[in-house]
Design a protein around this ligand. Structure first.
Ligand SMILES: [Zn+2]
Length: 85
């Protein structure tokens, strides 16, 4: 049984929100592009390291992983069952 930790899904989700907020606010203060870049880098790192399918390394959408906490979820690439908890 393959497991993806839900806290990493949440972390990636939080990074996306930070990136969106900083990008919007950067229109007024360009310094906010720095935390925006950091959040973006964190997002890609977490995504690459923790959110890939443990079997095939394929990418499943963050929204799908989010919903997978409540219902059975299969990797879109290799159809292996993945548990998100
Ligand atoms: Zn897979």
């Amino acid at each position: 049984m393959k497991i993806i930790r839900f806290r990493y899904v949440l972390l990636a989700f939080a990074c996306q929100i930070v990136v969106c907020c900083c990008l919007g606010a950067a229109l007024f203060s360009p310094w906010l592009l720095i935390p925006c870049g950091l959040a973006l880098a964190t997002f890609f790192w977490v995504d690459k390291r923790y959110l890939r399918c443990p079997c095939c390394g394929g990418h499943n959408g963050l929204d799908k992983l989010f919903l997978a906490k409540r219902r059975p979820f299969h990797c879109v690439h290799c159809w292996e069952r993945i548990i998100v908890k």
